[in-house]
Ligand binder design. Sequence first.
Ligand code: SF4
Ligand code: SF4
Length: 62
Amino acid sequence: MNKRKAVPDKSICVACGVCALQCPRKAISIHKGCFAVVDNEKCVGCGLCKKACPADAIVIES
Ligand code: SF4
Ligand code: SF4
């Protein structure tokens, strides 16, 4: 089972929402308009959000 998951750094995130738009699993939401939060149950670790993030705020952890 693939356990990789996206982990946004809320201290770097600028809440642009690009990652949420890119995610094929709709696993990302912008918490109170302030920073990205990933639903680990939905995330499959594909890395599309990381590629799309203009602030390089997301790492893929396994
Ligand atoms: S790694 Fe893929 S599935 Fe997980 S939050 Fe990013 S775009 Fe969505
Ligand atoms: S794309 Fe990057 S900066 Fe924009 S909301 Fe997502 S994690 Fe934050």
